[in-house]
Design a protein around this ligand. Structure first.
Ligand code: GLC
Length: 453
């Protein structure tokens, strides 16, 4: 009797402890249901981000309005002049598909507040420019027709809306950080109206364009200088509930400031981090690293820091080798086409992906028993049981794979299925030694290792 009471107390306090330390949840989805919902995303691995808005015209960063502290009046010429006469999303979709990108995310509205879609809640939209039409609709139709999954980026921040209160990141930020100066400049701005606007527009986006696969809301900054915005400002909890209700299958990023909830986000968004800094886990969330070709997200005419094909491939392969995704950004020109540098980058990705995509799609981190030798990266397809050895630097000296012997049935180059010879050597013959042939004409050659069943 006594021990029963004791163990009851023990179990009770354990449960209490777990309850107190469990993360809160907003919904009731199980782990299996979540895995199923996210299966396409975890399989596809590679997406295209598209940052397009009025900022393509100044062509010196999508934050130009903030960086140059422009007022709405000073920014107005970009609205008046906007005329994307060469906008042809069917071509964009073909370019994305050829590069091996399986999903896309377009900025329906960026921080500047301009809407590429026909929202009934604003006049500050593409339909009222020389474009005269809903550019989001055309994007959706064109990408869907190519079998590419559809994503929307929507900026929580809005530097145009009259009720969006000026904060520490706003173009009209006061010179002093005194609360009284903020109060003065924010007089007459009604946050409740902006919050309603934000919810209404997200409702429109998730109602008027059919199935939306992924949503990128950007971003929260709860406390910079005491003048920031976060979950309470956006109404993030209600927002996420509405999103899930309107589009039950949708996958949502982690920028709503809901980290305290176990289901407050579906994926982490490490931005512009170096491959060596990518981690496999971000607080229990899988990741999608977002990266630019050259530094800025919007079209930046004079930027000269374009990544090489090798650097882009390294980002993609590294992401997958850590069970993550890569979303790579294009900033189309103000006339609506991808400029020659973007096209060149996409073409060279297409060239590699055409022959090596099996080492990306459906792949993930390799089982721990396989260690990647220096200057290589491993990806692994758990369904086909193939291990992919990416030769990040080609060195014709022998390559030793520690402890691999006995585990491998066959080795070949992935791009042409040409056999790669190997032999067991080293400690008790447990290492597998490959003598590499001449370097093939592939930016990063991949050896496909078929595992013993
Ligand atoms: C940032 C920037 C932005 C870009 C985004 C993409 O938060 O504000 O310009 O859209 O990241 O991740």
């Amino acid at each position: 009797m006594y021990t029963a009471k004791k163990s009851f107390l023990f179990i009770f306090s354990l449960l209490l402890f777990r309850e107190m330390h469990a993360q809160k949840k907003l919904g009731t989805e199980t782990r299996q249901q979540k895995e199923k919902r996210m299966a396409w995303w975890a399989h596809d691995r590679f997406g295209m981000f598209i940052h397009w808005g009025l900022y393509a015209q100044p062509a010196r960063h999508e934050w130009v309005k903030r960086w140059e502290r422009m007022s709405n009046e000073q920014y107005q010429p970009y609205f008046d002049m906007f005329n994307p006469d060469m906008f042809d999303p069917k071509t964009w979709a073909k370019q994305a598909k050829a590069a091996g990108m399986k999903y896309a995310v377009l900025t329906t509205k960026h921080h500047e507040g301009f809407c590429l879609f026909d929202s009934k809640y604003t006049d500050y939209k593409a339909t009222n420019t020389k474009a005269k039409r809903d550019l989001v609709k055309e994007y959706v139709d064109a990408f869907r027709a190519e079998g590419i999954k559809i994503g929307f980026y929507y900026s929580l921040i809005d530097w145009h809306h009259p009720d969006f209160t000026v904060d520490g990141m706003h173009p009209l930020q006061p010179k002093s950080e005194a609360d009284s100066d903020y109060a003065k400049i924010n007089k007459g701005r009604d946050w409740a109206k902006y919050k309603a606007y934000l919810h209404n527009q997200i409702r429109e986006l998730l109602t008027n364009y059919g199935k939306i696969d992924i949503l990128w809301l950007d971003f929260s900054y709860p406390n910079p200088n005491g003048h920031g915005k976060g979950k309470n400002d956006w109404g993030s909890v209600e927002l996420l509930k509405m999103i899930r209700q309107l589009q039950p299958g949708i996958i949502v990023d982690n920028r709503l400031d809901l980290d305290e909830y176990a289901d407050g986000a579906d994926f982490a968004t490490p931005e512009q981090v170096k491959p060596s800094e990518l981690q496999s886990q971000y607080g229990g969330l899988p990741f999608e690293t977002c990266q630019t070709f050259s530094g800025s997200w919007g079209y930046f005419r004079d930027e000269n820091s374009w990544k090489s094909n090798r650097e882009l491939l390294t980002l993609l392969i590294t992401a997958v080798s850590k069970s993550g995704n890569l979303i790579l950004n294009v900033g189309p020109t103000a006339r609506g086409y991808f400029d020659y540098r973007a096209v060149r980058a996409l073409d060279s990705l297409a060239m590699w992906m055409k022959y090596n995509n099996q080492a990306i799609y459906g792949c993930t981190q390799a089982p721990a028993e396989f260690k990647a030798p220096e200057n290589t990266l491993l990806t692994y397809n758990p369904v086909t049981k193939k291990l992919y050895l990416h030769l990040m630097q080609y060195n014709q000296a022998a390559l030793t794979l520690p402890g691999y012997a006995g585990k491998i049935k066959y080795a070949q180059f992935l791009h042409d299925n040409s056999e790669i010879k190997w032999q067991a050597a080293g400690d008790n013959g447990s290492n597998l030694v490959i003598k590499l042939p001449q370097q093939p004409n592939v930016e990063i050659p991949v050896i496909e290792l078929t595992l013993q069943p």
